[in-house]
Design a protein. Structure first.
Length: 77
């Protein structure tokens, strides 16, 4: 297994602070960031605008329930 993302059980969470004018812009920037990182399926878990930006937490899904989980079939654990 060459791709470390295949070892992820379900999702990758990202928490950061983005410089933005409001929560709407923070949401837009968050989705753009997650797409740039290669996540096709993203959920924004938390946004809190404070000061010059917003604290955000986003979840990029590798697997959803019922997917074929590659880590179940990896024999090199």
């Amino acid at each position: 297994m060459s791709d470390i993302l295949e070892k992820v059980m379900d999702a990758v969470d990202l928490e950061t602070y983005l410089v933005c004018k409001d929560e709407e812009e923070a949401e837009k920037f968050t989705l753009e960031l997650m797409e740039k990182l290669g996540f096709k399926d993203t959920t924004i878990v938390f946004i809190q605008h404070q000061g010059p930006g917003a604290r955000i937490r986003a979840r990029g899904y590798i697997y959803k329930p019922g997917d074929r989980y590659s880590w179940l079939f990896d024999q090199s654990n």
